[in-house]
Design a protein around this ligand. Sequence first.
Ligand code: KG4
Ligand code: ZN
Length: 359
Amino acid sequence: MIVLGIETSCDETAAALVEETGDPQHPWRIRSTVVASQVAIHREWGGIVPELSARQHGRDICGVVRRAQEEGGGAPYDVIAATQGPGLVGSLLVGLSFAKALAWARSVPFVPVHHLAGHIESLVLEHGELPLPAVVLVVSGGHTSLYRVAAPGQYELLGRTRDDAAGEAFDKVAKLLGLGYPGGPVIDRIARDGDDRAVPFPKTRLTHADRNAPDRPGDRDFSFSGLKTSVLRHVTQRRAGLGLADGEPLPVSETADIAASFQRVVVESLLDRLFEVVRWYDARSVGIAGGVSANSRLRRDAAVRAAARDLPVFVPPLALSTDNAAMIAAAGIRRDRAGFRGSLQENAEAPLPVPLHAT
Ligand code: KG4
Ligand code: ZN
């Protein structure tokens, strides 16, 4: 079976062809994957502008899908999978409507996919089936969520951020340091020259139930807005102390120290909670997926912590860590094989209900 995947939830227009291998341990192979990034457009505004994103998806979608088909050898596909949510509704609607129209025109089944299921399945796409139960941290510009995967395609939400996503914190801190957009890769790069203990930013540790969801346990959640505010306060004080004019940046070495200190706190907050949950649930493997999983410190520290517990840790390669359609096609195969049949009535959903399951 070959699946055409389509992803337009945020600022990447992506299409991919993924096929089954017949090997149950390593079930899928990428035939082609094409990503048209809108970063250059949004950089000008310092962040993603939803209206511009939706319009650009509309311009790019035909060409991106055509290229994925050509690069995949023109093979006919059996199923079309597209991201249904969560994401920007106007952007999601472009990919979803395109996919439904194509599925109707070609008389092939349509499978809507949860974006985070895609990020989780990017690990299987690359590494094969994970030893289960696995605990997977999905950490991106829009999400910071912990899932338990007890059986293939069963994703149980354990915890999530109460406010900002980790990637969003990277982007906002980079912006206030004058480092541009997207912030994650720049902070990752300049933090290498900084002292990660230079500024004692606080680590938020939630222990109480979420007032908006009081029936959930609260001790598996994350919070990054307090950290972002303390970086802002620190930078404002330092700028005033140095008498800097508006728009004048802090010295390079001080910026590197702030970036390194901020990054250390984010990575420690993520990994403290991740490995706590791994212990509570007696997980046999650990996964980290989503755009922030590209972070070099997060990868390194996760590998060290996992090795100390004799656990395998799985991280996607860079091309599969940020948004792409191969992961959506993979999650689509999973869902199709679980017997799910989508309908052409499916709508885009900004937040999608959790927990999410393949069936
Ligand atoms: O998964 P993704 O492409 O899109 C969403 O679903 O949100 O993730 C994008 C996020 C951005 O916030 C970006 O700053 C962050 O991933 N990111 C990183 C790195 N590379 C990308 N964050 C930290 N370190 C990186 N190396
Ligand atoms: Zn994503």
